[in-house]
Structure formats: structure tokens, C-alpha cells
Design a protein around this ligand. Structure first.
Ligand code: G3D
Ligand code: MG
Length: 193
């Protein structure tokens, strides 16, 4: 075996045992994707979130995992860019502004098109975040599940819905703990980045 082949086999083994993953963070514009990613990076709310143009690629360390987050712009004109990032994703995070009831149907359609019916994401766990729970009108996970029909639409999928606030951080840790537990479970069969 050539030195190159031995090296590439060693590298493959190493990547498989390392806790590294690429996750995609999607959702409508203004749902709080960038705020959430920044919260995960720094452990605190960062007020400066100008609308994402294209994508933000970041990395977070959580529970021993080195997670590359791809926070893609939610505006309609950028959604075609999401496609590029689907292959190789170990999980998807779908962020919803739970206080914006008017845009819930739009969020549901995007979730269906880009996550439920997406062949690249069929095997990966999906974390759905009912964000902005600090706002008084925010609806909570059980109602959101009913309104989005998640119990029926996702019956064959690994998913969970968590209430959270990227503003005060409530619920964020619990949600990402669920996510990394899923990554742990699918580590051997899952996709490494
Ligand atoms: P996006 O990346 O999904 O497009 P952003 O969304 O992270 O840019 O957030 C859009 C706006 O929502 C920002 O406010 C941000 O501060 C706010 N936001 C994000 N998460 C929360 C949350 O949990 N609670 C509340 N109350 N607001 C949140 P601005 O004023 O900058 O537009
Ligand atoms: Mg953004």
C-alpha cells in the first residue's frame, strides 16, 4: 500500500472517531438564526445582527463536539443557496419565530419543502426551535406541533421541538443537548464533516 493510501485511510478513521459535524441552520428571515448561532458561539446575546447575506459559516464547541454551523439567509432570493449545503449535513436546525403567527404558514411550507421532502436530509435528525419565547405572544412547542402538523408529517423522522429564546438563552442548551445526543447515536452510521 502506498504512503498516500495509508495516510488517507488513517485520515478517514480519524474523522470517523472525531466528534465533528456540519449542521445546517435554516428558517425564514428574522426567525433568529444568526442570533442563535452567535449565542451558541459566545454564550451571550449579541445585539448586532444585520440580515445575513448569503451565509455565515461558524463553528461552535458544545459537549465535546466541534460543530460547523452554516447559517443560511432566509430571504426568498437566497433560498436557492441552501441546496449547496445539504450534502454532508449531520443535522438540520429549523428556527421559527414563534411570536410571528402570521408567517407560520410560510414557515410550514419552507419546512416541508426544504426539510421534510429533502432527500439529503432524510436520515438526519431535525431540531425545530420555537424561538423568541421571551415575547408574550410566542406559542409553545405543543401548539406549534399541532399547527404545523409535525406529529403526522414527521412520523418517520427523528425530530424534536424545543422552546427557546436566543435573546436570553433559555432552552438553547437543552435543545442542543438533544441534538448532540442524536449525533452521538448516529456517529458510526452518520455523516462526518
Ligand atoms: P435571521 O438570522 O433568522 O434572519 P436574526 O434572524 O438572528 O437576524 O434576528 C432577527 C431579529 O430577531 C433581530 O432583531 C434579533 O435580535 C431578534 N431575535 C432573535 N432571536 C430572538 C429572541 O429569541 N427573542 C427576541 N425577542 N428577539 C430575537 P432586530 O431588531 O435586530 O431585527
Ligand atoms: Mg441571519
Amino acid at each position: 500500500m502506498s504512503a498516500f493510501n495509508s495516510f488517507s485511510q488513517w485520515l478517514k478513521r480519524k474523522l470517523k472517531t472525531e466528534k465533528r459535524a456540519k449542521i445546517l441552520i435554516v428558517g425564514l428571515d428574522s426567525a433568529g438564526k444568526t442570533t442563535l448561532t452567535k449565542y451558541m458561539n459566545t454564550g451571550e446575546y449579541q445585539a448586532d445582527t444585520s440580515p445575513t447575506i448569503g451565509q455565515n459559516i461558524d463553528s461552535i464547541n458544545f459537549e465535546g463536539w466541534d460543530i460547523t454551523t452554516i447559517d443560511v439567509a432566509g430571504q426568498q432570493q437566497f433560498r436557492f443557496l441552501w441546496e449547496v449545503h445539504y450534502p454532508g449535513c449531520a443535522a438540520a436546525v429549523f428556527v421559527i419565530d414563534a411570536a410571528d403567527i402570521e408567517r407560520l404558514p410560510e414557515a410550514r411550507d419552507i419546512l416541508r419543502t426544504h426539510v421534510f421532502n429533502n432527500p439529503h436530509l432524510e436520515e438526519v435528525p431535525t431540531l425545530i426551535l420555537a424561538n423568541k419565547q421571551d415575547l408574550p405572544d410566542a406559542i409553545q412547542a405543543p401548539l406549534l406541533i399541532q399547527l404545523l402538523n409535525l406529529h403526522l408529517e414527521l412520523k418517520d423522522r427523528t425530530f424534536s421541538v424545543f422552546d427557546c429564546s436566543a435573546l436570553n438563552g433559555k432552552g438553547v442548551h437543552e435543545a442542543f443537548t438533544w441534538l448532540v445526543n442524536q449525533l452521538e447515536m448516529s456517529k458510526n452510521g452518520g455523516t462526518s464533516f
